[in-house]
Ligand binder design. Structure first.
Ligand code: GDP
Length: 436
């Protein structure tokens, strides 16, 4: 519970073993006792006290730790509600922390990212954002603008001083720097996207080429399987593995072959669809046999895509070679592996790492944007920077230039939540789960 009356409500329902006036209980204290209703003990609990302003929401807060189990928890919740509490809206605790000024909007949104993180890197990016790394960066950019804005205001307010020329140069210099930083942030979103959503990877190949074996080998090694669920496209399985901390969303098309009357027929149309959506296509071939017409169709699918060709079953000796022209024509990345004997798999990981510059994504030093809303606002701010630059170059009156510069500040303010509308705030917090 959080809010003015939370201790009052608590006192009605909680009987600590060692009674103490709530006023005397210090923040960050845990007390042991019972939740009571009509003099009957409902459960034995521990209650944590947080005193304003040192709490998640900055308000008085308490947390009741009961024994697990749905019945008891529900009962305690009911008792709280009967005694004057109300259910929190989704994300309301975090929303209060934001409205009370403890964190900015950007930090509040990172809480969702941390909760939904699928990989260690993703949660790390979320934590950095919660700590305020992105807010700090945005703050620095804003400060650069404000420093110059002061001079502009002076020029507008005291036209008798001839500061225009100096200011114009200064403004342009500042705008170029700001544009540079905004573009860098925008670019970091691509990295952020990889971190957040993973590399969508399709494994395609003829029946018996070794798709399932490869998938098993990857998943066995990378013990960090996060989820396993039916793919969005039917008959596919999607799973997550971690390569260098980046989630790889593997789409296995093995299911395609399952229909009995189509045993030796690959669902080319389906594969084409999956390959089209993927960031990376891994085409796997049985290297003990020469390419068939179906294999050629598969090769056709990966033309122009980010792809890796795997020549599987190298342990059996191979007919296909790395220098095969038909393969080289469609992909630069050809690797010999044995899915069964687990050889060549490290080389595959290294290839993926290289292809997506995974090594270069350094979350310890880089500020990464992971949120579409933030990216869109950065793009908007950049457009306004461009417009401002134009007005300066065209020697427009300083008050016109000021309008565009204020627009940039406003865009940036929307990211941290200073200038954002209530509707947007409500929308953002509605994405939270209950109790956060
Ligand atoms: P899929 O139909 O593409 O999913 O192929 P599977 O993974 O089911 O493999 C088909 C057959 O080839 C199975 O009997 C595997 O054990 C075998 N196989 C897969 N990879 C290798 C490999 O690298 N070496 C050898 N010797 N056999 C393999």
């Amino acid at each position: 519970m959080s809010g003015k009356e939370c201790f009052e409500i608590l006192n009605k329902i909680f009987q600590p073993i060692h009674k103490q006036n709530t006023k005397e209980i210090k923040g960050y204290t845990i007390k042991y006792g019972h939740i009571i209703e009509n003099k009957e003990i409902i459960d034995e609990v521990l209650v944590s006290y947080f005193k304003e302003p040192k709490s998640y929401t900055t308000e008085n807060m308490c947390e009741i730790n009961s024994h697990g189990g749905i019945v008891v928890v529900k009962k305690i919740l009911e008792i709280c509600l009967k005694n004057g509490a109300r259910l929190a809206e989704p994300g309301e605790f975090t929303k209060r922390a934001f409205l009370n000024g403890r964190i900015d909007l950007l930090q509040a949104e990172s809480v969702i990212d941390i909760i939904n993180a699928k990989s260690e890197r993703e949660s790390k990016a979320g934590i950095k954002q919660l700590e305020g790394a992105v807010s700090k960066k945005i703050g620095e950019i804003k400060q650069k603008i404000l420093d110059v804005m002061v001079n502009i205001e002076v020029a507008i307010d005291y036209p008798e001083y001839d500061v225009d020329d100096v200011t114009n140069e200064q403004i342009l210099d500042m705008l170029v720097k700001v544009e540079d930083e905004l573009l860098r942030l925008e670019k970091s979103f691509d990295n952020g996207k990889l971190i957040r959503e993973g590399i969508k990877t399709a494994i395609i190949g003829k029946p018996n080429a070794g798709k399932s074996s490869l998938l098993n080998t990857i998943l066995k090694e990378e013990r960090a399987i996060v989820t396993e669920y039916e793919g969005t496209t039917r008959d596919t399985i999607e799973e997550f593995a971690n390569i260098n901390g980046i989630p790889l969303q593997l789409i296995d098309t093995a299911g395609i072959r399952q229909t009995k009357d189509e045993v030796e027929k690959i669902g080319i149309a389906r594969s084409r669809e999956i390959a089209k959506e993927a960031d990376l296509v891994i085409a796997i071939f049985d290297s003990t046999r020469d390419l068939t017409s179906e294999d050629m169709e598969i090769l056709d699918l990966i033309k122009g895509k980010q792809s890796i060709i795997l020549l599987n079953k190298m342990d059996l000796g191979s007919v296909l070679t790395l220098t095969d022209k038909r393969l080289q024509d469609v992909s630069e990345n050809i690797i010999k592996i044995s899915a069964l004997k687990d050889t060549g798999i490290d080389e595959l990981y290294q290839k993926i790492t290289d292809l997506f510059n995974l090594d270069k994504i350094n979350l310890d030093t880089e500020v990464v944007i992971t949120n579409v809303r933030h990216r869109d606002l950065i793009v908007k701010a950049t457009e306004n920077v461009k417009k401002a630059k134009e007005t300066v170059k065209n020697k427009m009156p300083i008050d016109i230039i000021a309008i565009f510069i204020k627009a940039i500040l406003e865009d940036l303010g929307k990211i941290t939540g200073e200038t954002v509308s209530e509707n947007i705030i409500n929308e953002i917090f509605s994405k939270f789960c209950l109790g956060k």
